[in-house]
Design a binder for this molecule. Structure first.
Ligand code: SDX
Length: 425
């Protein structure tokens, strides 16, 4: 990193504080504030709006320009030319695989898709109507119990096996959540199917008849996983890094990421978008909901709109919108009422000053739910799909941190509570 300088003058500290400034390969410079603690002062940045928590080489976002790069490759090009497992390899290893490397990686994932038979019994402890994210938090964390042989995070081979197991088993567990909720038997993964086709098979296949996933839905599913694969230091990835910084095992770290993703402000937004579109119900009601979204006294927000980093279109939303229209047209559902409401809602919001002034654009969650619904995924499984897609990103960031010198994450605070006082009597 090239070094520039910043100077900080603080009342009460005689000398100005010289702080190193680092430039990355692209994006904003950072001011290294680590020396401030020795001077008895902290930075204050609730929500980490202006804080770079780490150095990373995995994903780059330019929020103003609406750019998203996985290891330097634009998401639009990857969505058009690559596929999900190739992007998993890219995120984990930093380079696109050779044809042989890809074949070996696909095969390695394929032979990790089954889960231990005992895992099936975990599901019986949940009510049939349990939210699948509650099950995923529990079952993914519990994977630790089955892999004692590969939990030494200082061992590169153990780290690699954990990465393969997590990427490979998430779709199997996701499909098991669905099957459990509808009382159908779990479907074992099939080694003759590619990753996303296998997921649809485990979701919608039954032992009673042959199920061949449709190529259109398989492609749409693969694109959804790819578009969700990573997104820099978002809330759930930062959670995975923080958990990993304590030395916790990778299964526990990914379970913490699933927990953070669940919130409606983050990965839970896709489920919230569908609920919102259903609540709007008809294009004639859109203005009422736009008004609610703008009302300071109303907690309602336009779900699927806005982003901490993107102050332009989320590039994933553009690809998602195109995929949405293609999938619905292929399925003969181009007149899907929810899609019509979504397109009208987007148009109205993008012309409204409230949204323009705040740079509120559709994000990745705005259209994904409509595609998932068209594929037949139940609404309460949408965030599980997001978690499945995001697993390679979480694992890549965990691996990047663990593979380099790291310190336990331990933020400080601005304390405004009671100062020391004696217990009465
Ligand atoms: C994801 O970080 C990532 O990278 C996340 C993600 C990933 O891939 O990991 O991209 C995935 O989480 C996408 C975001 C999904 N969430 C939603 O769609 C929920 C709705 N969006 C909002 O909750 C909100 O936009 C956030 C949480 C996404 C961003 O919130 P910020 O950056 O903290 O912005 P803010 O709340 O300070 O809002 C700024 C202003 C406020 O108004 P003022 O106080 O300035 O008057 O914009 C308003 C907000 O009230 N605003 C909205 C709004 N989002 C922000 N008003 C109405 N509807 C909205 N959706």
């Amino acid at each position: 990193m090239t070094e520039k300088k910043a100077q900080l003058r603080v009342d009460g500290i005689a000398e100005p504080l010289d702080l190193p400034v680092y430039a990355g390969s692209t994006g904003p410079d950072v001011v290294d504030v680590r020396g401030l603690t020795a001077k008895g002062i902290f930075t204050f940045d609730p929500g980490f709006m202006s804080t770079a928590s780490c150095e990373s080489k995995i994903t780059y976002i330019d929020g103003d320009a609406g750019v998203l790069l996985y290891r330097g490759y634009p998401i639009e090009q990857l969505a058009e030319k690559s596929d999900y497992l190739e992007c998993c390899y890219l995120l984990l290893n930093g380079e696109l695989p050779t044809p042989q490397q890809k074949a070996e990686f696909v095969n390695a994932i394929r032979y990790h898709t089954m889960v231990h038979e005992q895992i099936h019994h975990f599901f019986n402890g949940f009510p049939r109507n349990a939210h699948p994210m509650a099950i995923m938090v529990g079952v993914v964390g519990a994977l630790s119990a089955f892999y004692h042989d590969s939990l030494n995070i200082d061992n590169e081979e153990h780290r690699k096996v954990a990465a393969l197991r997590l990427i490979a088993k998430m779709p199997t567990l996701a499909a098991m959540c669905y099957k459990y909720s509808i009382g159908q038997p779990f479907m074992y993964p099939r080694n003759d199917l590619d990753f996303s086709a296998n997921f649809l098979y485990m979701m919608f296949g039954t032992p009673c008849e042959t199920y061949q996933p449709s190529p259109v839905l398989t492609d749409a599913m693969d694109k959804i996983f790819l578009l969700h694969a990573d997104h820099e230091q978002n809330a759930s990835t930062s959670t995975v890094r923080l958990a990993g910084s304590t030395g916790a095992n990778p299964y526990a770290c990914i379970s913490s990421g699933i927990t953070a993703l669940w919130g409606p402000a983050h990965g839970g937004a896709n489920e919230a978008v569908l609920k919102m579109l259903n609540e709007i119900g008809d294009e004639s009601n859109i203005d009422k909901f736009i008004k609610k979204a703008k009302d300071k006294d109303d907690p309602f927000r336009l779900m699927g709109f806005g982003h901490r980093v993107y102050k332009n279109f989320d590039p994933r939303a553009k690809v998602m919108r195109e995929t949405c229209q293609n999938v619905l047209a292929e399925l003969g559902k181009e007149n899907d009422p929810l899609l019509k409401i979504a397109i009208k809602l987007e148009k109205i919001a993008l012309e409204d000053n409230y949204f323009i002034e705040r740079n509120l654009y559709p994000n990745v969650d705005f259209y994904s739910g409509i595609i998932l619904k068209a594929i037949g995924i139940p609404v309460n499984l949408f965030t599980v799909i997001f978690a499945t897609g995001r697993t390679p990103g979480w694992v890549a960031h965990w691996h990047e941190m663990i593979s380099n010198p790291f310190k336990i994450g331990r933020p400080r605070q601005l304390y405004t509570g009671a100062t020391q006082r004696d217990y009465p009597g």
